[in-house]
Design a protein around this ligand. Sequence first.
Ligand code: SAM
Length: 260
Amino acid sequence: MGQNFLIDKNVLNEIVEGSGINENYGVLEIGPGAGTLTRELAQNSKKTVAVEIDTRLLPLLNYTVGEFKNFKLINEDIMKVDLNKLIEEEFGDMPVAVVANLPYYITTPIIMKILETCNKVKSITVMIQKEVADRMIAEPGGKDYGALTVAVQYYTKPEIITRATPDCFMPPPKVASTVIHLAVLEEPSVKADDTKKFFNIVKSAFGQRRKTLINALSKSPYLSAEKTDIERVLTEMGLDINIRGEKLSLSDFAELSNKL
Ligand code: SAM
């Protein structure tokens, strides 16, 4: 269940500060564990709701956070929760922030679920594996730049808050960690007329990243694009017809998607 509990007070403070929450905010925490971060969140928000899968932790959480009247614990698997319903029912008109020391095995699915379905969430501040954070902030051309980069930067402005070494946790994890703040944008960062097609192009381009973009897209099961059409659009865009997908910026992907 990815149970590495955060025990470093400085990192706890940096997460709360970096999240930008205040006494008007509703906070959704995923996986409160022993409740160290939860206490800080309850103290600094209007209301904090935490979703914890592990029933064994409930008595401990009752002991560490039970005193807070603005705190509610839900014993559920976050992947099975109807997040929009929960946010609507628990937070009403409050601005909503997701803050968590995430279980790393669900990092990408949970962040994507929030970004794709929860239009009320203003920001996501999470402790994640360092390598995943590096992919979220990557720039075109490098090895870290991929479908996750494009998805995160399409919906948000990502910013690294702090790094955390394994000794900040109990027990120490085998990997280095990073706290990242994703400020959700009012509008996506680039204008793709057909979001589904845009993401199918991105998925195809990075699914076969050693192939040229033309080969990756024309052979993709997610698209029905002819080689000649892709070549024409790339030429129109002033791009080399042998270019690989990893060289394209988000706005290049949007332009390609709109023109194809
Ligand atoms: N927030 C605590 C802290 O900072 O010390 C604990 C973080 S620990 C890395 C991850 C927590 O997420 C654990 O308490 C674990 O039981 C919980 N968890 C794991 N999978 C979950 C899921 N699918 N839904 C809800 N909670 C989950």
